[in-house]
Each structure stands twice: as structure tokens, then as C-alpha cells.
Ligand binder design. Structure first.
Ligand SMILES: NC(=O)c1ccc[n+]([C@@H]2O[C@H](COP(=O)([O-])OP(=O)(O)OC[C@H]3O[C@@H](n4cnc5c(N)ncnc54)[C@H](OP(=O)(O)O)[C@@H]3O)[C@@H](O)[C@H]2O)c1
Length: 394
């Protein structure tokens, strides 16, 4: 039955609206109080990885990449509430979702670190964030410098601001040896990215977030590494292209890299940089080792594979450094890693006897045989082979 709208109805609606407004205001005040209480909550220092990740909401930017994916894999072992992967390419997310059997504690969000609004949505309720997305290729960044600034610097700023706004427990920024005394755009943007992360410790106020950085050398078997190209060149009968016969690099495996990231989650008090001690090898020796391993697999004699020197690429260094002598003033040495705390006061005694940095030019080199043993020991010989793209017509 239709009835006409009365004054009494209007009063009812007004009262309802007022009550609703009041409820909203009370909720807003409660949320603000909770945020204030959270902000005042002290930093937490988990003692075990279980404590660090169990029941936590974890976000990994670049979670489909070589490093991000392994972070996801290892963190899932500790029973987090959920791990969110944040990256741009939907196919990579689709493939990773399948590889991880659609597990319900792993979620995928399409997004760009440059897009602050989207990132903020992805970061809701996040307690621990690993920032592993970046433009990482020296040549690409050299020719697209502003894109490198947008992803590596502005993108990191967005990540830091999200960590501050949500008062996260921990932000781990993933960095590279190329950020140390940089000679190219990629390294320079990654150095700024490190600074953006570490500086947040200074202005975060009473928020609880620990902001830390870890630096890697070259990661064996990561996407875009030079090794698959060398193996393809061996398969094709050579020549194998080497930039310079004395080029030396630090090397580590993906699981080693990620173990360091997890160690940093426990040890960091905020404002520190973690650097794994890792072997150094000459790229020329790596190529000799690869020729010895793979030439027979492709029915060739190692002696028939020529190695051709093509010169350094723009912005490329002959040697890499993981820690400058200036940073070494603030470093503590542990069995398998260094911890650099640039925000702490310098020990005067160290100033009197300045330490050396950590540079691939000064470290002992792995021999060809040791490189072969390392690749075989880590099961990488078959991994590289399996990842090799088919050659058209073969
Ligand atoms: N691999 C190494 O040898 C090595 C050595 C030292 C340090 N590192 C550092 O480790 C980190 C990870 O390297 P990686 O080897 O894992 O690289 P990767 O395999 O190329 O992965 C990069 C990841 O970042 C994502 N990404 C790129 N741009 C993005 C953006 N604008 N917004 C959101 N996601 C983005 C990519 O996915 P989409 O393309 O789908 O967005 C991908 O998931 C980097 O910071 C790198 O500098 C790597």
C-alpha cells in the first residue's frame, strides 16, 4: 500500500543520519587512536624467522623476478598470513601462480611502484615489505635514464612513504654493488634508492618501521645474467664475447642472496646495510669454465671455441666494489657478512687506521676448477642448460 511521506518520516531520517554520522565519527576517532598507539609501539626485534613472518602480511615488490620469487618461496615456509606479489606483467604473475599451485596464502596484485595510489592499496595491513622491483640492466638504464629515475628512485620513495603511512614493522630494500661509487645511471639511481630507504630512519618520527638495505653482487642464474648468453655462444660454436680479460665480479646464488635478506630482517635495527661475503671470479675464467663444461655437451671441442674481447660497455666497470673504504669505517664484520651502519658515529680509532673497503680487485680469485666445482655443487650446470632458449632450425 502506498502512503504519503510525512514530517515524522523526515525527522526519523534526520535522526538516522545524525546517528550514522556520530557512529562514523566515533569509528574515525578509534582508528586515529589506534594509529597513534601503533606509532608509539616500539620497534620489534624478532629473534627467529618464525617470529618475523608467522601470521604476518608480507608484500614483495618485484615478487615475480629472480630474487623476489625466491623471497616469496622462503617467506612462505614460515606460515605468513599472506604474501602479496606486486609487479606489472600479468603473464609472469599467472605463471607464478600456477607454479605455486594457486595456494591461498599467496596473492598477486598488478601494479607499478611508480603508481602511489595503487601501491597504497596493495600495502594495506602490510607489516613487512621486501622491495625487489627495479630496472637493473646497466645498458637499458644508460639509454633510458629518466625511466630508471622513475622506477628506482621515485618508485622507492612511494614504497618508503607507504611503509611510513602504514607504520610497517620492516622495509628491506634490495640493492646492488653497482650502487657503490657508481659509474652508470643504473648504479646512480640504485644509490639514491638506498639513500631514500635509509634516510627514512632519520625522519620517521615515532613510527616503529626499521628501514634496511642489502647489497648483492652478481646473482648466478638470475634473469638477464650473462651466463646463458655465454652458453648459447658456446652452443653456436663461438665466439664467446668477453668485455675485458681482467673484469672481476662478486658472485652469489639466488638462495644465498635471499638468506641474507632474511638475516637482515632479524638483525637490522634500522639504518643499516647488509653485504654478504662472496667469492670473486674473473669473467674470463668463468667463460673458460663454461667452455670446459658445455662444449662437449654440444659435441664440440673446448679448444675450438674462440673468446673475443669486445671492450667495456658504456658505464661498465672493470671491478665492482661492495663497500667503500669510507663505509668500512662504519662496518662490523661477521662470519658471513658485513653490517654497515652509516648513521652511527665514527670510531676515532678507525679514523686513525682507515680500513680498506670490499672490492673485487683486491679479493682472492676462484680458479677455473673452483668455478666448475661451484657451478656443479649448486646444481647450476643443468639449470642453465634447461633455461636455454631453443635455437630456430635446430
Ligand atoms: N640479478 C642480479 O644479479 C642482481 C644483483 C644485484 C642486485 N640485484 C637487485 O635485486 C633486485 C631484483 O633483481 P632481479 O634479478 O630479481 O630482477 P628481475 O628478475 O628483473 O625482476 C624484477 C622484478 O621487478 C618487477 N618490476 C620491474 N619494474 C617494476 C615497476 N616499475 N613496478 C613494479 N614492479 C616492477 C618485475 O616485474 P614486471 O616486469 O612484471 O613489473 C620483476 O618482478 C633489483 O633491485 C636488483 O637491482 C640483482
Amino acid at each position: 500500500m502506498n502512503r504519503s511521506w510525512s514530517v515524522a518520516d523526515n525527522i526519523g531520517v534526520t535522526k538516522y543520519k545524525e546517528r550514522h554520522k556520530l557512529k562514523e565519527a566515533v569509528e574515525r576517532i578509534a582508528a586515529a587512536n589506534q594509529l597513534a598507539a601503533d606509532r608509539l609501539s616500539p620497534m620489534t626485534f624478532p629473534k627467529t624467522l618464525d617470529e618475523a613472518f608467522h601470521n604476518k602480511t608480507v608484500l614483495v615488490t618485484g615478487g615475480t623476478g629472480s630474487i623476489g620469487r625466491e623471497i616469496v618461496r622462503q617467506v612462505l615456509n614460515y606460515g605468513p598470513r599472506v604474501v602479496r606479489v606486486y609487479s606489472r606483467n600479468e603473464y609472469n604473475q599467472y605463471m607464478m601462480r600456477k607454479d605455486f599451485n594457486d595456494r591461498p596464502d599467496l596473492r598477486f596484485m598488478i601494479g607499478d611502484v611508480r603508481d602511489r595510489e595503487r601501491l597504497m592499496r596493495a600495502c594495506e595491513d602490510v607489516e613487512v615489505l621486501f622491495h625487489a622491483s627495479a630496472l637493473k640492466h646497466v645498458e637499458v638504464c644508460e639509454y633510458n635514464p629518466f625511466e630508471a629515475v622513475k622506477t628506482n628512485v621515485s618508485g622507492t620513495q612511494n614504497v618508503v612513504e607507504a611503509a611510513l603511512d602504514y607504520n610497517m614493522e620492516l622495509l628491506v630494500g634490495i640493492s646492488t654493488d653497482k650502487a657503490v661509487s657508481p659509474t652508470n645511471t643504473m648504479g646512480a639511481t640504485k644509490l639514491l634508492s638506498e639513500r631514500v630507504v635509509l634516510a627514512a630512519n632519520k625522519y620517521k618520527g615515532d613510527r616503529r618501521t626499521r628501514f634496511t638495505v642489502i647489497r648483492f653482487g652478481n646473482v648466478l642464474a638470475s634473469r638477464g645474467s650473462a651466463i646463458p648468453r655465454f652458453i648459447q655462444q658456446i652452443r653456436d660454436g663461438g665466439p664467446v664475447t668477453l668485455t675485458h680479460r681482467d673484469m672481476r665480479r662478486f658472485f652469489m646464488s639466488i638462495p644465498q642472496a635471499v638468506e641474507l635478506a632474511l638475516t637482515a630482517s632479524l638483525k637490522s635495527r634500522g639504518g643499516d646495510i647488509y653485504i654478504l661475503k662472496m667469492p670473486v671470479l674473473r669473467i674470463a675464467d668463468l667463460i673458460s669454465a663454461l667452455v670446459e663444461i658445455y662444449a662437449p655437451r654440444f659435441g664440440r671441442q673446448p679448444a675450438e671455441i674462440e673468446v673475443k674481447e669486445i671492450g667495456l660497455l658504456p658505464g661498465e666497470k672493470l671491478y665492482e666494489s661492495l663497500m667503500t673504504p669510507e663505509e668500512a669505517l662504519y662496518a662490523s664484520e661477521f662470519e658471513s657478512y658485513y653490517q654497515v651502519e652509516p648513521l652511527r658515529a665514527v670510531d676515532q680509532q678507525r679514523l686513525a687506521h682507515p680500513p680498506a673497503g670490499y672490492d673485487s680487485a683486491a679479493e682472492p680469485l676462484l680458479s677455473k676448477n673452483e668455478i666448475i666445482q661451484m657451478l656443479a655443487g649448486q646444481g647450476l650446470v643443468e639449470v642453465f642448460l634447461a633455461a636455454l632458449p631453443e635455437t630456430v632450425g635446430e
